[in-house]
Write a protein that binds this ligand. Structure first.
Ligand SMILES: NC(=O)c1ccc[n+]([C@@H]2O[C@H](COP(=O)([O-])OP(=O)(O)OC[C@H]3O[C@@H](n4cnc5c(N)ncnc54)[C@H](O)[C@@H]3O)[C@@H](O)[C@H]2O)c1
Length: 268
């Protein structure tokens, strides 16, 4: 299976390394990675794996990938998603917050259906998505996602309008509302809330609480689910990638796992 990747930042590099080291059973080959012009020099420095670095989307399409994984950001989903799926190539999206934009979500869904392709949404930084999607089939009653980050990690977001982030002495909730409004107000922090929403009750019915916590050093993701099949809670603390401190390492590994699963005999 030939995999194309958009983005060679912290996440893209981990995905490439895992595919090269652990992708033999799944018969995975990296067709190429799109690197933006301004990142090219930096990317070459990191490319000890001799991965084909490409400077355009057209070049990647010429390599005839079977699937393309976005590891670049919300704009890349908007920029390339439709074209990838229109060519009948499946698309993995990890910047899932982009799909809070309903028109984009519907466009990608329709294009995938029309062209016999799929949109893959890995669990990313959060745990329990397998249980949530299974419980949805039985019937969900209430889904709450609580995102807790070190106080200063919320600098540069609207959290600063309600909290003095440098003077906190205990955890404070600065947002409580729907996943849709959370995604609009905090676009750079919306990936996990959007994943929970799409896996469960949707953007309008999924509750989101965002907290600034001066007592933690890692991002915490908490999921609380009430369902006909039983209730559950999942709590996860994410270690960031060394060279991309905003990204949980688990999110990168979940992209690699999703790609490996696409061509593996036994899938768990
Ligand atoms: N779903 C989740 O739980 C989750 C968790 C963490 C990160 N993410 C997403 O993963 C993305 C990648 O994370 P990262 O740590 O690698 O970020 P990063 O900033 O280290 O790397 C992103 C790279 O993509 C490149 N890029 C951006 N737009 C591009 C485009 N249009 N074409 C080609 N390259 C482009 C950038 O130049 C950069 O090199 C984040 O933007 C975020 O949206 C999702």
């Amino acid at each position: 299976m030939r995999v194309g990747i958009i983005g060679f930042g912290g996440m893209g590099r981990v995905v490439c390394r895992v595919l090269l080291e652990q992708g033999h059973d799944a018969n995975i080959e990296i067709a190429g990675v799109i690197v933006s012009a301004e990142d090219y020099k930096e990317a070459e420095k990191y490319n000890t794996m001799n991965i084909p670095l490409l400077d355009s989307f057209e070049d990647l399409m010429r390599q005839k990938p079977d699937v393309i994984a976005e590891c670049a950001g919300h704009d890349a989903v908007r920029q390339y998603g439709h074209e990838v799926l229109s060519a009948g190539i499946s698309l993995l999206v990890i910047s899932i917050g982009a799909l809070a934009e309903e028109s984009l979500y519907e466009q990608l869904r329709e294009t995938a259906k029309l062209n016999d392709a799929s949109v893959y949404l890995p669990a990313g930084a959060v745990g329990g998505i397998d249980a949530l999607t299974a419980a949805r089939l039985a019937g969900l009653q209430k889904v709450t996602y609580r995102g807790r980050k070190p106080a200063l990690a919320w600098r540069g977001t609207p959290a600063e309008e309600t909290l003095d982030l440098t003077g906190l002495y205990k955890a404070e909730c600065f947002y409580s509302g729907s996943a849709r409004d959370a995604a609009l107000a905090f676009p750079r922090n919306s990936n996990v809330a959007a994943t929970v929403a799409l896996a469960g009750l949707g953007f309008d019915e999924t509750r989101v609480e965002l907290l600034a916590d001066p007592d933690i050093s890692e991002n915490m993701h908490e999921l609380e689910v009430e369902a006909i099949s039983g209730n559950f809670q999942v709590s996860l603390s994410g270690i960031p990638l060394d060279d991309s401190p905003k990204t949980s390492a688990l999110a990168a590994y979940s992209v690699a796992k999703c790609l490996l699963d696409m061509n593996t005999a036994v899938i768990i």
